[in-house]
Design a protein around this ligand. Structure first.
Ligand SMILES: Nc1ncnc2c1ncn2[C@@H]1O[C@H](COP(=O)(O)OP(=O)(O)OP(=O)(O)O)[C@@H](O)[C@H]1O
Length: 265
C-alpha cells in the first residue's frame, strides 16, 4: 500500500475536522476526492503529506508510519511525497527556475541542496517540467510577476520535477481556465501512470473527477461518505454529497406575465 489511514481523526483548535477516516490506496492507484467546501479534503491531503499529525488512529505512507520515524527518516519520506497546493507557496522574489528546482532538494544532502537552489545545474530537466505546463518561457521570471494560474502551474511543474512516489494535489486546477484544467488533470494522471506513482487529487469539478479517475471518494462533514468506482457514482450519490450546499435557495420563478396583469386589474 502507498497510503493507508486506519480510523484516523484530526482535531484542530479543539474542533473535530476529520473523524474515523479509513482509506487505502495501492501503489499506482489514482483517486479523486470530492465533496462540499469545508468537508475536510484539504485536511485529509495535509495528513497524507505529513503536514498534520493525526489526533487518533494511525497512518502508513509508502511503507512507514511517519510519526514513528526519526527526523532524518521523516525528511527522506517527505522527499518521496509531492504536494500540489491550491495556492502554490512560492516566495515572491524567487525565480521560477529556483522554485521548480526546489522540488528535488529533499532528495539531496544539505550542501548539494543549497548549491542546487542557488545555481541549478539541471535546467534542462526543469525546462522540460515547465514545458509540460506550457510555461517554458517563464524560466527566469520572478514568481511575483506571474498570474495566479501561472503560479499554480509552477507548483505543478515543481512536483513533476520531483517525481514523487505519492502525488497529492489539492484542487490543482482552481486557478485555471476549463481547457487548461482539463489538460492539467490529464497530465497528472499520465505522469502518475508513467512512473507508477500513486495519485490522490481533490477536485471541485465532479465532471473532471468522473472523466479522469477510476475511483471517487466523497467527503462530507469530516467523514468519508462513499468510496466507489466511478461507474457507481450516479447523480443521486452526487446530489446527496452536496445536499444543502448553497449560499441561498434560488428565487421563486416569476409569475407568468398574464397572471400578474390579472392581479393588477
Ligand atoms: N487550522 C485550522 N484550525 C481550525 N479549523 C480548521 C483549520 N483548517 C481548516 N479548518 C476547518 O476544517 C474544516 C475542513 O477544512 P478543509 O480546508 O480541509 O476543507 P475542504 O474540503 O478542503 O474545503 P474547500 O473545498 O473549501 O477547500 C473547515 O470547517 C475549516 O474551517
Amino acid at each position: 500500500m502507498s497510503l493507508r489511514f486506519d480510523s484516523v481523526s484530526l482535531q484542530l483548535g479543539g474542533t473535530d475536522i476529520l473523524r474515523d477516516i479509513s482509506l487505502s490506496l495501492a501503489q499506482g492507484e489514482q483517486a479523486a476526492l470530492i465533496g462540499p467546501s469545508g468537508a475536510g479534503k484539504t485536511s485529509l491531503l495535509l495528513l497524507a503529506a505529513t503536514r498534520y499529525c493525526p489526533s487518533h488512529g494511525s497512518l502508513n505512507l509508502l511503507g512507514d508510519n511517519p510519526w514513528h520515524l526519526s527526523p532524518r527518516w521523516l525528511a527522506g519520506l517527505r522527499s518521496r511525497i509531492g504536494m500540489i497546493y491550491q495556492a502554490a507557496p512560492l516566495p515572491a522574489r524567487q525565480r521560477v527556475v529556483h522554485a521548480v528546482a526546489a522540488g528535488r532538494l529533499g532528495q539531496m544532502s544539505g550542501w548539494s541542496a543549497l548549491r542546487q537552489l542557488l545555481w541549478p545545474d539541471d535546467t534542462a530537466a526543469i525546462l522540460d517540467s515547465l514545458q509540460r505546463v506550457a510555461l517554458a518561457d517563464k524560466l527566469w521570471q520572478r514568481c511575483d510577476q506571474l498570474s495566479g494560474g501561472q503560479r499554480q502551474r509552477v507548483g505543478i511543474a515543481r512536483v513533476l520535477h520531483q517525481r514523487p512516489a505519492l502525488m497529492l494535489a489539492d484542487e490543482p486546477v482552481a486557478a485555471l481556465d476549463p481547457r487548461l484544467a482539463d489538460d492539467t488533470i490529464r497530465l497528472l494522471c499520465e505522469e502518475a501512470s508513467t512512473h507508477q506513482s500513486t495519485l490522490l487529487v481533490s477536485l471541485h469539478s465532479v465532471e473532471l473527477a468522473l472523466a479522469y479517475f477510476p475511483r471517487i471518494i466523497g467527503v462530507r462533514d469530516g467523514q468519508i461518505m462513499f468510496d466507489l468506482p466511478r461507474e457507481q457514482v450516479h447523480p443521486g450519490v452526487v446530489s446527496a454529497l452536496y445536499a444543502g450546499e448553497r449560499l441561498r435557495e434560488p428565487a421563486e420563478p416569476p409569475a407568468p406575465a398574464a397572471s400578474r396583469q390579472d392581479l393588477r386589474c
